[in-house]
Design a protein. Sequence first.
Length: 381
Amino acid sequence: MRELFACLSVVGLCVSAGLADGARLQKLGLAKQVLPTKIGHLGPDQTVSEWVEYVVGRQECDWRLIFDCFEPDVGDHCPAPNGDGYDGEPIGFGTCSYWGEPEYDDCDSQRWCLGNDWCNMYCSNDMQFDPAYGGKSAERIEVAWYWYVDGPGSGENMALLTETFEDFDDTCEEGDPNHQGEFLGGVLVTFGFYNGDPGGYYYADIDLCGLEGVPLPADGAGSYNIWLLTYVGDNPDYPEDFSLATCAQPMLWGTGDAEWPPPGDDVGRGRMSHQGPMQWDDDYPSDGWHTAPDECYDYTYSFCPDPLGATLCFWVAVECVGDIDGDDDTDETDLGIFLAAWDSSAGDPNWDSRPDLNFDGHVDQADLGILLANWGCGVGK
């Protein structure tokens, strides 16, 4: 066990400065997927476990997507050229207003970034999701970023640290946006060496099934940090091996403009996640610290999706895919929720995203098939 988190926070890291002055939002096309090489779990005591070699498909899990900043990717309003119902990776669910509204025709997997002149290797944002999944662990993570080094032919080792907290400061008054919140833990992921070429949009779908995941806030509301790091050599065994990347930034997208919880919905729609407009960026300068209020920004841009935020998805591994109400079984209560939303789509009065078990924006026979196939799962345990 090694005290990586303390090292990152205390030494301030060795980085190049990058200012937001003059940076302009721009869109990039489909990302290049990168695969992890090693995984280290960051515990609440701020130490990193021994490294685990990343193996694709080590163990199979059934997933529930509970926090999404990769919208929109799925839905009949975004038909893919191959007709399979989604348009590129990463695959998320719709959270920007409602599917099918023609003014929201941004049906590709492009994301926003701020170009090579902006370096933001450490950012913090809030997150809100269905409290039924509070206190669980995210055992699958999707994340996207932009990486720049020194032009064609240059490159460096890529690493990513994702960590969570119980609270978030959206007032821009404290230098630490998580100052009041309990530190929960996270995961440190290495990806190996990648060329700058001269900059690129990357994403990773990190499967932690069977491993320790990222702890989620107990009440469904808290915050996350993303660190974009580099390291020396092929075996990052020590905290001092890591520093902030030369110049990188999280890609930007949004969890949408929906209120949380939705008006008139006491329970909350199971997979409708949300984040506020404030994000803390480490860009003034990029030194491994957040400075109030100079590095706290309002990411409201008055277009869909809004507000923007670092692109991140958290998935929870579930034993019962048909568990609609989040109590770890599939029974009559789940059936009742399903029937109340039967034959509905996003925007209908009886729409509820929880029974949409295949994430296609409708509650129909396909979802009923999933529910029945999992009937009785977890009951009596």
